[in-house]
Ligand binder design. Structure first.
Ligand code: GRF
Length: 218
Protein backbone atom coordinates (compact mmCIF):
# COMPACT_ATOMS: atom_id res chain seq x y z
CA UNK A 1 0.00 0.00 0.00
CA UNK A 2 1.37 3.38 -0.97
CA UNK A 3 1.74 5.61 2.09
CA UNK A 4 0.14 8.56 0.39
CA UNK A 5 -1.82 9.10 -2.77
CA UNK A 6 -2.06 12.20 -4.90
CA UNK A 7 -5.49 13.41 -5.85
CA UNK A 8 -6.85 11.38 -8.73
CA UNK A 9 -6.33 12.78 -12.22
CA UNK A 10 -3.58 15.27 -11.22
CA UNK A 11 -3.04 16.38 -14.81
CA UNK A 12 -6.51 17.71 -15.23
CA UNK A 13 -8.29 18.33 -11.94
CA UNK A 14 -11.40 19.52 -13.74
CA UNK A 15 -11.97 16.21 -15.53
CA UNK A 16 -13.93 13.45 -13.81
CA UNK A 17 -11.96 10.65 -12.15
CA UNK A 18 -12.05 7.37 -14.05
CA UNK A 19 -13.59 4.48 -12.11
CA UNK A 20 -13.38 0.77 -12.81
CA UNK A 21 -16.01 -0.99 -10.69
CA UNK A 22 -15.61 -4.69 -9.78
CA UNK A 23 -18.72 -6.77 -8.96
CA UNK A 24 -19.68 -10.37 -8.18
CA UNK A 25 -23.44 -10.30 -7.76
CA UNK A 26 -26.53 -8.17 -7.93
CA UNK A 27 -24.63 -4.91 -8.41
CA UNK A 28 -26.93 -2.58 -6.48
CA UNK A 29 -23.91 -0.61 -5.25
CA UNK A 30 -22.79 -0.26 -8.87
CA UNK A 31 -26.30 0.90 -9.74
CA UNK A 32 -26.19 3.53 -7.00
CA UNK A 33 -22.98 4.91 -8.51
CA UNK A 34 -24.50 4.84 -12.01
CA UNK A 35 -27.58 6.66 -10.75
CA UNK A 36 -25.56 9.34 -8.96
CA UNK A 37 -23.49 9.97 -12.07
CA UNK A 38 -26.62 10.09 -14.23
CA UNK A 39 -28.31 12.51 -11.81
CA UNK A 40 -25.41 14.86 -11.23
CA UNK A 41 -23.47 14.38 -14.45
CA UNK A 42 -19.91 13.06 -14.40
CA UNK A 43 -18.51 16.58 -14.01
CA UNK A 44 -20.83 17.37 -11.10
CA UNK A 45 -20.25 14.07 -9.33
CA UNK A 46 -16.54 14.19 -10.08
CA UNK A 47 -16.23 10.69 -11.51
CA UNK A 48 -17.29 8.49 -14.39
CA UNK A 49 -17.39 4.70 -14.64
CA UNK A 50 -15.20 3.60 -17.54
CA UNK A 51 -15.61 -0.18 -17.20
CA UNK A 52 -17.11 -2.89 -14.98
CA UNK A 53 -15.25 -6.12 -14.21
CA UNK A 54 -16.46 -9.34 -12.61
CA UNK A 55 -15.14 -12.69 -11.43
CA UNK A 56 -18.08 -14.54 -12.97
CA UNK A 57 -20.33 -14.27 -16.00
CA UNK A 58 -24.12 -13.98 -16.10
CA UNK A 59 -24.59 -11.87 -13.01
CA UNK A 60 -27.04 -9.04 -12.57
CA UNK A 61 -24.21 -6.58 -11.97
CA UNK A 62 -22.86 -7.12 -15.50
CA UNK A 63 -26.37 -6.68 -16.90
CA UNK A 64 -26.59 -3.28 -15.19
CA UNK A 65 -23.27 -2.27 -16.76
CA UNK A 66 -24.35 -3.43 -20.23
CA UNK A 67 -27.65 -1.54 -19.97
CA UNK A 68 -25.65 1.56 -19.08
CA UNK A 69 -23.58 1.04 -22.23
CA UNK A 70 -20.37 0.34 -20.34
CA UNK A 71 -17.60 -2.04 -21.39
CA UNK A 72 -17.32 -5.13 -19.20
CA UNK A 73 -14.73 -7.83 -18.59
CA UNK A 74 -14.81 -11.14 -16.75
CA UNK A 75 -11.83 -12.83 -15.07
CA UNK A 76 -12.77 -16.21 -13.61
CA UNK A 77 -10.27 -17.88 -11.28
CA UNK A 78 -10.95 -21.26 -12.86
CA UNK A 79 -9.78 -20.04 -16.27
CA UNK A 80 -6.22 -19.48 -15.01
CA UNK A 81 -3.44 -21.85 -14.00
CA UNK A 82 -3.28 -20.47 -10.48
CA UNK A 83 -4.39 -17.60 -8.31
CA UNK A 84 -1.36 -15.45 -9.22
CA UNK A 85 -2.12 -15.79 -12.94
CA UNK A 86 -5.75 -14.80 -12.28
CA UNK A 87 -4.61 -11.80 -10.25
CA UNK A 88 -2.27 -10.71 -13.05
CA UNK A 89 -5.05 -11.03 -15.61
CA UNK A 90 -7.43 -9.03 -13.42
CA UNK A 91 -4.80 -6.32 -13.00
CA UNK A 92 -4.16 -6.21 -16.74
CA UNK A 93 -7.85 -6.09 -17.64
CA UNK A 94 -8.37 -3.28 -15.13
CA UNK A 95 -5.29 -1.37 -16.29
CA UNK A 96 -6.61 -1.30 -19.86
CA UNK A 97 -9.15 1.30 -18.69
CA UNK A 98 -6.56 3.45 -16.91
CA UNK A 99 -8.63 4.01 -13.76
CA UNK A 100 -7.88 6.67 -11.17
CA UNK A 101 -9.83 4.61 -8.62
CA UNK A 102 -10.95 0.98 -8.57
CA UNK A 103 -14.18 0.32 -6.68
CA UNK A 104 -14.72 -3.18 -5.31
CA UNK A 105 -18.51 -3.03 -4.93
CA UNK A 106 -19.52 -6.48 -3.74
CA UNK A 107 -16.52 -8.11 -5.46
CA UNK A 108 -16.11 -11.34 -3.53
CA UNK A 109 -12.46 -12.08 -4.29
CA UNK A 110 -9.28 -11.07 -2.50
CA UNK A 111 -6.95 -9.35 -4.92
CA UNK A 112 -3.29 -10.30 -4.87
CA UNK A 113 0.18 -8.80 -5.04
CA UNK A 114 0.19 -7.87 -8.72
CA UNK A 115 -3.15 -6.09 -8.48
CA UNK A 116 -2.05 -4.20 -5.37
CA UNK A 117 1.28 -3.27 -6.97
CA UNK A 118 -0.69 -1.41 -9.63
CA UNK A 119 -3.76 -0.27 -7.77
CA UNK A 120 -2.85 -0.27 -4.08
CA UNK A 121 -3.79 3.02 -2.43
CA UNK A 122 -6.55 3.60 -4.95
CA UNK A 123 -8.75 0.52 -4.61
CA UNK A 124 -11.82 1.08 -2.43
CA UNK A 125 -13.92 -1.76 -0.98
CA UNK A 126 -17.26 -1.79 0.76
CA UNK A 127 -17.83 -4.35 3.51
CA UNK A 128 -21.16 -5.10 5.23
CA UNK A 129 -19.97 -4.84 8.86
CA UNK A 130 -18.25 -2.36 11.14
CA UNK A 131 -14.59 -3.28 10.67
CA UNK A 132 -12.43 -4.42 12.34
CA UNK A 133 -15.34 -6.54 13.61
CA UNK A 134 -16.59 -9.31 11.36
CA UNK A 135 -14.26 -9.24 8.35
CA UNK A 136 -14.51 -11.85 5.62
CA UNK A 137 -17.23 -13.24 3.41
CA UNK A 138 -19.92 -13.55 6.08
CA UNK A 139 -19.85 -10.22 7.87
CA UNK A 140 -23.63 -9.96 8.18
CA UNK A 141 -24.15 -13.54 9.39
CA UNK A 142 -21.24 -13.30 11.83
CA UNK A 143 -22.51 -10.08 13.47
CA UNK A 144 -25.96 -11.62 13.87
CA UNK A 145 -24.61 -14.88 15.28
CA UNK A 146 -22.39 -13.00 17.74
CA UNK A 147 -25.40 -11.21 19.19
CA UNK A 148 -24.12 -7.74 18.34
CA UNK A 149 -26.70 -4.97 18.78
CA UNK A 150 -25.35 -2.71 16.07
CA UNK A 151 -23.51 -3.44 12.86
CA UNK A 152 -23.23 -1.54 9.60
CA UNK A 153 -20.89 -1.04 6.70
CA UNK A 154 -17.33 0.11 6.15
CA UNK A 155 -15.86 1.76 3.07
CA UNK A 156 -12.09 1.30 3.15
CA UNK A 157 -8.98 1.13 1.02
CA UNK A 158 -7.84 -2.35 0.11
CA UNK A 159 -4.51 -3.63 1.42
CA UNK A 160 -3.02 -7.12 1.45
CA UNK A 161 -5.18 -8.38 4.31
CA UNK A 162 -8.81 -9.44 4.40
CA UNK A 163 -10.82 -6.26 5.00
CA UNK A 164 -7.94 -4.70 6.95
CA UNK A 165 -7.13 -1.56 4.95
CA UNK A 166 -7.48 2.06 6.14
CA UNK A 167 -11.07 3.01 6.87
CA UNK A 168 -12.59 5.91 4.96
CA UNK A 169 -16.13 5.96 6.37
CA UNK A 170 -18.62 3.80 8.25
CA UNK A 171 -22.39 3.66 8.60
CA UNK A 172 -24.26 2.16 11.57
CA UNK A 173 -27.29 -0.12 11.39
CA UNK A 174 -29.21 -1.38 14.42
CA UNK A 175 -29.77 -5.13 14.69
CA UNK A 176 -33.38 -6.04 15.49
CA UNK A 177 -34.45 -9.08 17.47
CA UNK A 178 -36.46 -10.37 14.53
CA UNK A 179 -33.65 -9.96 11.98
CA UNK A 180 -32.45 -12.81 9.84
CA UNK A 181 -29.35 -12.48 7.66
CA UNK A 182 -31.26 -11.43 4.59
CA UNK A 183 -33.38 -8.73 6.28
CA UNK A 184 -30.36 -7.31 8.07
CA UNK A 185 -28.24 -7.33 4.91
CA UNK A 186 -30.92 -5.45 2.99
CA UNK A 187 -30.99 -2.68 5.64
CA UNK A 188 -27.19 -2.55 5.64
CA UNK A 189 -27.13 -2.28 1.86
CA UNK A 190 -29.42 0.76 1.94
CA UNK A 191 -26.91 2.57 4.14
CA UNK A 192 -23.97 1.14 2.21
CA UNK A 193 -25.12 2.42 -1.17
CA UNK A 194 -25.54 5.96 0.12
CA UNK A 195 -22.19 5.86 1.91
CA UNK A 196 -20.31 4.46 -1.08
CA UNK A 197 -21.72 7.09 -3.44
CA UNK A 198 -20.86 9.84 -0.99
CA UNK A 199 -17.32 8.59 -0.30
CA UNK A 200 -16.35 7.92 -3.91
CA UNK A 201 -17.60 11.36 -4.93
CA UNK A 202 -15.61 13.05 -2.18
CA UNK A 203 -12.42 11.12 -2.99
CA UNK A 204 -12.80 11.95 -6.67
CA UNK A 205 -13.63 15.63 -6.25
CA UNK A 206 -11.22 16.50 -3.48
CA UNK A 207 -8.35 14.03 -3.67
CA UNK A 208 -6.99 12.32 -0.57
CA UNK A 209 -3.93 11.16 1.33
CA UNK A 210 -3.43 7.91 3.22
CA UNK A 211 -1.30 8.49 6.33
CA UNK A 212 -0.82 5.17 8.10
CA UNK A 213 -4.33 4.10 9.00
CA UNK A 214 -5.83 7.57 8.52
CA UNK A 215 -7.45 8.68 5.31
CA UNK A 216 -7.43 12.45 4.85
CA UNK A 217 -9.77 13.79 2.24
CA UNK A 218 -8.44 17.14 1.14
C1 GRF B 1 -22.65 -5.65 -0.30
O1 GRF B 1 -23.33 -5.70 0.93
C2 GRF B 1 -21.17 -5.77 -0.14
O2 GRF B 1 -20.68 -5.13 0.99
C3 GRF B 1 -21.04 -7.25 0.03
O3 GRF B 1 -21.91 -7.79 -0.95
C4 GRF B 1 -22.97 -6.87 -1.15
C5 GRF B 1 -22.99 -6.56 -2.62
O4 GRF B 1 -24.22 -6.07 -3.01
N1 GRF B 1 -19.69 -7.69 -0.08
P1 GRF B 1 -24.49 -5.60 -4.50
O5 GRF B 1 -23.93 -6.66 -5.44
O6 GRF B 1 -23.83 -4.27 -4.70
O7 GRF B 1 -25.99 -5.51 -4.61
Amino acid sequence: MAPASPPPHPDSPASPARLVVLVSGSGTNLQALLDAIADEGAAGYGAEIVAVGADRADIAGLGRAERAGLPTFVCRVKDYADRAAWDRALAEATARYAPDLVISAGFMKIVGAEFLARFGGRTVNTHPALLPSFPGAHGVRDALAYGAKVTGCTVHFVDDGVDTGPIIAQGVVEIRDEDDESALHERIKEVERTLLVEVVGRLARHGYRIEGRKVRIS
